[in-house]
Design a protein around this ligand. Structure first.
Ligand code: NPW
Ligand code: K
Length: 486
């Protein structure tokens, strides 16, 4: 799913009104019906709803939803801190349509803690730092313990960048219209959204298809469209051979997790290159994997006959011994330009070694967490700068960078960025990255292109994490549980 900018969304709004055709007020009504339907299906009528209304069309949505839910039997009241003359025309029409039985709250200090607050103060129209009276209202709301549901965006949040010092409503749920907005997926302010629910409101398909965007949200439909079929008349040779170069003294766990994940990818064979003394964990846990053994307690010698491997993953638990760096260099020189995944210590070796950066083949996949990313691309001061640094580095090495975190971002060398829609904070634990590296290496061996392996790998890894969280709880789940659900 494309992610359009706030400006593009306004244009899509205008285009839809002109070409469907539909009037602006009817489009607002359609959006409001969709929002109201979601609330009817998910929020009990026992909870009183207090609508916080702004003077723009986001406020218009709030007033229309209040009316629809009132007629559906909800206990609704509204708080409107503006005069009628200040409202946009659609907002004013919806104020006129509001049944007089709906209570008008005049003092925000009188909100009871039983109310669910429906935040429709500001949507995509916000510009710059917040002005009064909204600044004080949003600060007040953030000091309360009430549940908050935001319409379109948590009020105050700008759709793309510039949220570093912005005051934003802290929502528990955000019902966003048509597309998630880029800022919702970035660490700067993404935390303010709570759970993100995307509600289609029927903006013009043709306009959306023809509007260029470098940003995409990964959906299940897209994942299903890129999945490869498994042939009936096939054998293990059909599905590729993954080589993992992982583990060092005391770090056999990382290699074991990567191996287990690669075995779930659908590839035909998995070989793990690991120090001889660390081989037991893999033998005991994953008899389906083969091993290539290193005489040292760390990666020191390139596995024999690299031509038989269709993809190579290197880095999990590797350590940063000098000899490991040398062996990495030899590996790159001896490889047959197979697709690579480079993770963890191998990324740190890459960041510190210009000669290795010069030798890496094109179209490989780098999987840094934020600390490793800084070593690769340098420091940033805000999300816009970070994304630009990542795009530049990906273009420079003509490869894919997976920036791990909430809504993991996959940046392709052509500048397209895909944001993940699966995963949870229970995955922020040791070993999750090893599972991802093993799984993506397996997908590359299985025959996926680098871009598809990265996108599919990240999505399925997050989905497995969500299933592990449902089974064990977000606190208790650990990285090995993710493998069980791949
Ligand atoms: N996309 C679609 O297809 C559809 C979109 N729809 C809905 O429309 C919403 C967008 O509506 P919108 O454009 O009227 O803007 P909105 O967010 O309500 O705010 C505008 C007001 O904010 C004010 N303001 C600005 N900055 C401020 C600041 N820093 N601090 C304080 N105030 C500030 C500004 O006032 P001003 O500064 O100009 O005095 C202006 O009056 C969108 O999010 C969605 O909910 C649906 O109805 C149907 C289909
Ligand atoms: K809002």
């Amino acid at each position: 799913m494309k992610i359009l900018t706030g400006t593009q969304i306004k244009e899509a709004d205008r285009y839809t009104i002109e070409h469907e055709p539909i009037s602006s007020i009817d489009l607002m009504e359609r959006a409001s019906n969709t929002i109201a339907e979601w609330i009817c299906n998910n929020i009990s009528k026992a909870s009183p709803l207090l609508f916080l209304i702004g003077k723009g069309n986001n406020g218009g949505d709030g007033l229309a939803v209040a009316r629809i839910l009132f007629h559906a039997g909800y206990d609704c009241s509204v708080y409107l801190p503006f005069e009628k003359e200040q409202l946009t025309s659609e907002c004013a029409v919806n104020l006129e349509r509001l049944p007089s039985y709906i209570e008008r709250v005049t003092d925000i200090k009188r909100i009871s803690n039983k109310h669910i607050l429906i935040d429709s103060l500001l949507g995509t129209g916000v510009k710059g730092t917040l002005k009064e009276p909204l600044l004080s209202i949003i600060k007040k709301v953030n000091s309360l313990s009430n549940e908050v549901i935001s319409i379109d965006l948590p009020s105050g949040m700008m759709s793309e960048f510039g949220n570093t010092d912005q005051t934003v409503i802290k929502a528990d749920i955000t019902l966003t219209l048509e597309f998630p907005k880029l800022a919702m997926l970035l660490p700067e302010a993404g935390e303010y959204c709570g759970e993100i629910i995307t509600l289609p409101i029927g903006l013009n398909r043709e306009y959306i298809e023809h509007t260029p965007s470098l940003y995409h949200y990964i959906t299940l439909d897209y994942i299903q469209s890129i999945r490869l079929k498994r042939e009936k008349f096939s054998h293990k040779g059909t599905y590729g051979h993954a080589l993992l170069i992982c583990g060092s003294k005391g770090m056999a766990g990382a290699a074991t997790l990567a191996t287990g994940a690669a075995l779930r990818s659908g590839c035909g064979l998995v070989t793990t290159h690991i120090p001889y003394n660390e081989r037991f964990a893999i033998q005991a846990n994953y008899p389906s994997a083969m091993m290539s053994l290193d005489d040292e307690d760390y990666f020191s010698s390139v596995p024999k006959d690299l031509s038989k491997y269709s993809a190579i993953g290197i880095g999990c638990g590797l350590g940063q011994e000098h000899q490991t760096g040398e062996a990495f260099k030899e590996l790159l020189a001896a490889s047959y330009k197979q697709p690579f995944v480079i993770d963890a210590d191998a990324l740190n070796i890459l960041a510190d070694n210009y000669h290795i950066k010069q030798r890496i083949p094109e179209n490989i996949i780098l999987t840094p967490h934020p600390g490793e990313l800084k070593r690769l691309v340098g420091e940033w001061h805000n999300e816009e700068e970070k994304i630009n640094l990542v795009k530049r580095y990906a273009a420079d090495i003509k490869s894919i960078i997976i920036v791990k975190g909430a809504h993991t971002m996959i940046c392709l060398p052509d500048g397209n960025c895909y944001f993940n829609s699966t995963g949870n904070s229970g995955m922020a634990k040791g070993g999750s990255g090893d599972v991802l590296t093993g799984y993506i290496t397996g997908l590359l061996a299985r025959g996926y292109s680098s871009a598809h392996a990265a996108i599919l790998g990240v999505y399925v890894h997050g989905l497995a994490g969500d299933k592990a969280a449902a089974r064990w709880g977000i606190e208790s789940m650990n990285s090995k549980d993710i493998i069980d659900f791949l």
